[in-house]
Design a protein. Structure first.
Lengths: 229, 416
């Protein structure tokens, strides 16, 4: 049976199976100097921009095949036909359940596939999950060979996450500014305040009540429209 | 006033999220001092990772995933436990309309009996092999799931070797109907509404429900991290109490339709009510290929002590893991079952709600073809039928003897 290790926080468990491979490879890597064939990576991601980013990052280190919207039997056939060494897949992809079935039932797939759990740096696994990456590797593959590929994937996923949150923040800021401008306009119009007075009034209220300025502005807008009607 | 505890609970787009949905919508979590966010997952692996890494505190998870963790298999050994089952039954096996036609024409007599045995399908499998046609492909939802074990059980009970005579694959529940439509798979075992959706679309026929393969089987459980259950025992008890109260409410027949309406909404299963409704009301369900019957126990949420985590049910799951080569025969069944299913925590929650709970941890599974009364309980509990399609009994103290009653086949595994 394939027993993988748990997350470090919950008690690290090395299986005899994995240990064995480690021992063999740490000895072997000293003697063998010929470079191994590039890893074959199957990248499954429904987000085309992120997939491109990851693919570019991996181009030098691996042969990458990228697929999106592939599920169930199609995915399993794809894996059987291409025999990838590493499968990198969005953490939330439903395809993961199909991939994980290749661990125990291997009659059609000569290479059993196991979830990648990082060896030396146990927090790496947690980071991968947080970045939204999950990776499956052919059982028995040297962790040392796989790690750089997975590190690149994690890094690129993170870049995409950062870009997204930045974009969201920019959009939110812009939306907030519009609301505040509108509320200021209403206060100036209906209450005869100057622009500065209107802003200070709302900001003071925001600070005193511990409510975001945007929410105060929204309240001003809705109350004023109520009073007008 | 004491501040509510914030809790996040994971669930999947399936009818058996009903207890969570009702606990949330009827304010029961709040009643027990919890502010709950529900997080919907598209993948069991993602839900498991979410629970393992602490993104969520609890999950409405496949019972065998918890048992697998307790047994030390999979990426998170000894990490998960449960003290509360969230439903019994609720799955079904559906095949494409053309495969059903095929079964009917090759073996008309088997298609008339209910529960429908897989002997008709066996004839089809034999004919296909003799004529050099490819193997039929059957899907289930995860390799540690009741769907996998009950599909395998049903196939094997008619002499079909699930590892050699057909091809078994894993397909996400919401992709089942599309996969059947495009001919990628010939049949599947899944929870609702994904059987009914294929039936209503005219794409498939439900041959048998999981309640007809093993009535009263555990399906989903409230999975938590074992450490968390110790550290946050009060919060854990509160979640269980809210679920018990919601489950009791759902099991009143007059509430089932309302429950169906709630879970059909965009926040939960997000599917048309007509696809969902029969999985909750049990009315006019298609099974046996051709039949329409009322099955009030198609999904059981609370009655028959359905929420009690029976050691014997955890052990049955372990027996199937051994049977199909996922787990070593040398496993200490008692120890693993105790780590996976924790009845004492359940009893504590039940006591606080004045709900009767069993005073025994194990029972003989498969022993009841009719309703019965469980006397070994804080007050007697009305129980439903509990039997296997092949009439076998599962004695949790004699697992090896039980396994010996099945024809010995070398399990196909990835072990070298």
């Amino acid at each position: 049976m394939h027993l993988l290790r748990t997350l470090p926080n919950y008690g690290l468990k090395l299986t005899s199976h994995f240990k064995q491979i480690e021992n063999v490879t740490s000895k072997g890597s000293q003697q063998v100097s010929t470079p191994a064939a590039p890893l074959r990576v199957l990248l499954i991601d429904n987000n085309p921009e992120r997939a491109q980013l990851v693919e570019e990052g991996l181009a030098e280190a691996a042969i990458v095949q990228t697929k999106s919207q592939v599920h169930g039997t199609e995915l399993l056939n794809l894996i059987a036909a291409n025999q990838p060494d590493v499968i990198i897949v969005d953490c939330n992809s439903p395809g993961r359940d199909s991939i994980e079935s290749l661990r125990t039932v291997a009659q059609n797939n000569p290479k059993p596939i196991v979830m990648f759990v990082e060896e030396e740096n146990p927090t790496g696994f947690q980071q991968a999950i947080e970045a939204g990456v999950s990776a499956y590797v052919v059982d028995g593959l040297t962790p040392k060979r796989v790690k750089p590929v997975i590190d690149v994937a994690i890094a690129r996923f993170k870049v995409m996450n950062d870009l997204r949150s930045e974009l969201k923040k920019t959009k939110d800021d812009l939306a907030a500014r519009k609301v505040i401008e509108k509320a200021k306009g209403i206060l100036m119009d209906k209450r005869g305040m100057t622009e500065e007075e209107a802003f200070i009034a709302m900001r003071t209220m925001s600070q005193e009540r511990g409510i975001p300025l945007r929410d105060i502005a929204e309240t001003v807008i809705s109350v004023m429209s109520l009073l007008n009607e | 006033m004491k501040k509510n505890e914030n809790v996040t609970i994971g669930f999947a787009r399936l009818s058996d999220c009903a207890s969570l949905a009702i606990a949330q919508e009827r304010g029961l979590f709040d009643k027990y001092g919890l502010t709950v966010s529900l997080k919907r997952y598209k993948s069991w692996a993602a839900m498991r990772d979410g629970l393992a890494s602490g993104v969520i505190d609890a999950a409405n998870m496949l019972a065998p995933m918890v048992v697998a963790s307790a047994a030390g298999i999979g990426p998170y050994p000894d990490l998960f436990t449960t003290a509360c089952c969230t439903n019994q039954n609720g799955n079904a096996i559906t095949v494409s309309a053309s495969l059903f036609q095929n079964i009917q024409s090759i073996s008309p007599e088997t298609a008339l009996r209910r529960p429908l045995s897989a002997h008709g399908l066996k004839h089809v499998v034999d004919v296909r092999r003799a004529t050099g046609q490819p193997k039929l492909v059957f899907a289930h939802v995860y390799h540690y799931s009741m769907h996998a074990y009950l599909l395998r059980y049903w196939l094997a009970s008619a002499g079909i070797d699930p590892d050699r005579d057909v091809e078994l694959v894993v397909v996400p529940p919401s992709q089942m109907v599309d996969s059947l439509r495009s001919g990628l798979i010939d049949g599947y075992c899944v929870g609702e509404p994904w059987n009914n959706a294929a039936v209503l679309a005219g794409l498939g026929r439900t041959l048998i429900t999981s309640a007809e393969i093993w009535s009263g089987h555990v399906e989903k459980v409230l999975a938590v991290r074992t450490e968390w259950a110790k550290d946050c025992s009060e919060v854990h008890l509160s979640i269980i109490k809210a679920i018990l109260e919601a489950a009791a409410w759902i099991d009143h027949p007059q509430n089932r339709l309302t429950a169906a309406e709630v879970i059909a909404s965009a926040d939960y299963v997000d599917a048309p009510l007509d696809e969902i409704v029969s999985s909750l009301t049990g009315k006019n369900r298609q099974t046996g290929g051709n039949l329409r019957v009322d099955m009030p126990d198609f999904n059981v949420f609370h009655r028959y002590a359905a929420n009690f985590p029976w050691q014997s049910q955890a052990k049955w799951i372990l027996s199937q893991m051994v049977r199909w080569g996922q787990l070593d025969t040398k496993t200490n069944f008692n120890e693993v079952a105790r780590a996976a299913f924790q009845p004492d925590i359940y009893r504590q929650a039940a006591l606080e709600l004045d709900i009767s709970s069993p005073t025994i941890d194990n029972k003989i599974e498969g022993n009841y073809s009719h309703a019965w009364l469980l006397e070994e309980a804080t007050s007697p509990i009305a129980m439903g039928c509990n039997q296997f399609i092949d009439g076998k009994l599962f004695n949790p103290d004699k697992i090896q003897e039980y396994l010996n009653t099945f024809p010995q086949v070398d399990p196909v595994t990835s072990s070298k």
